[in-house]
Design a protein around this ligand. Structure first.
Ligand SMILES: Nc1ncnc2c1ncn2[C@@H]1O[C@H](COP(=O)(O)OP(=O)(O)OP(=O)(O)O)[C@@H](O)[C@H]1O
Length: 236
């Protein structure tokens, strides 16, 4: 049986003025598939994600998503004047059930008991978990993550990887994770795409059972680093 597509990008070109930032990009994401998108700074990752999120519609070609989309960004973008639970359900049109939905989502990100807190009282990792709860409460078919762990310390980042993996297992949205971190991509994704100069220049499938260790993918890791043109882990 053909896999069900949740996102389909075909012949996508995006220009800012004269300059094409994305050129003739093709990309498909199946239902429940976890895709990571790597690329050097300025290669067009966030632009592609914003287009899939429907935040940028001035494009050539096709970018279609079936169903609901949620986005979580590097910064949690919480409204400081709303309590945590109100941030989670911001914009939802289900007034009667808002509080219960928020509490359930907060429990899922291990923040039960923080519903009435103010955003300024949260740590960076907690705020990012609220942002994830806000994305999940919409029950997305496609979850777009734009470097969601980029601003977190290494230990919090590891805990977030486990959390995202658990949430993905539970809800099975399609995921597109934009990241600079090759190891993060290898741990979490079914498929790793490398974007270079506005085109997808490489694709790697990861079929090792989860939960994974980076050592399961030393070979793919070397190839991805070569695709990125780096020999070191740090990507400029
Ligand atoms: N609104 C805009 N107007 C003009 N140029 C833009 C705009 N948004 C992005 N760009 C340019 O498009 C290119 C791709 O940007 P994008 O943010 O998608 O890259 P990225 O791969 O996500 O980079 P990073 O990893 O640094 O976040 C960059 O050269 C950027 O300067």
């Amino acid at each position: 049986m053909a896999r069900e597509l949740i996102a389909r990008v075909h012949g996508l070109t995006k220009r800012f003025g004269e300059r094409a930032v994305l050129s003739d990009v093709d990309l498909e994401i199946g239902r429940g598939e976890f895709v990571a998108l790597l690329g050097r700074s300025g290669s067009g990752k966030s632009t592609l994600l914003r287009i899939l999120a429907g935040l940028d519609t001035e494009i050539e070609g096709e970018a279609r998503v079936e169903g609901a989309v949620s986005v979580a960004f590097q910064q949690p973008r919480l409204l400081p004047w709303r309590r945590v639970w109100r941030n989670v359900v911001l914009g939802l049109r289900d007034r009667g059930r808002d509080r219960a939905l928020a509490e359930r989502a907060l429990a899922e990100v291990r923040l039960a008991g923080h519903a009435d807190a103010w955003p300024r009282t949260l740590s960076g990792g907690e705020a990012q978990r609220v942002s994830l709860a806000r994305a999940l409460v919409r029950e997305p078919d496609l979850l777009l993550l734009d470097e969601p762990f980029g601003a977190l310390d290494a230990l919090t980042r590891l805990a977030m990887h486990r959390l995202v993996e658990d949430l993905w297992r539970e809800h099975r949205p399609g995921v597109l994770l934009v990241t600079h971190d090759v190891d993060e991509a290898l741990l979490l994704a079914d498929r790793v795409l490398v974007l270079g100069e506005g085109r997808i220049i490489a694709e790697h499938l990861l079929d090792h059972p989860r939960p994974r260790a980076v050592s399961d993918h030393i070979d793919v890791r070397a190839r991805v680093l070569a695709d990125l043109g780096v020999t070191d882990h740090a990507i400029a």
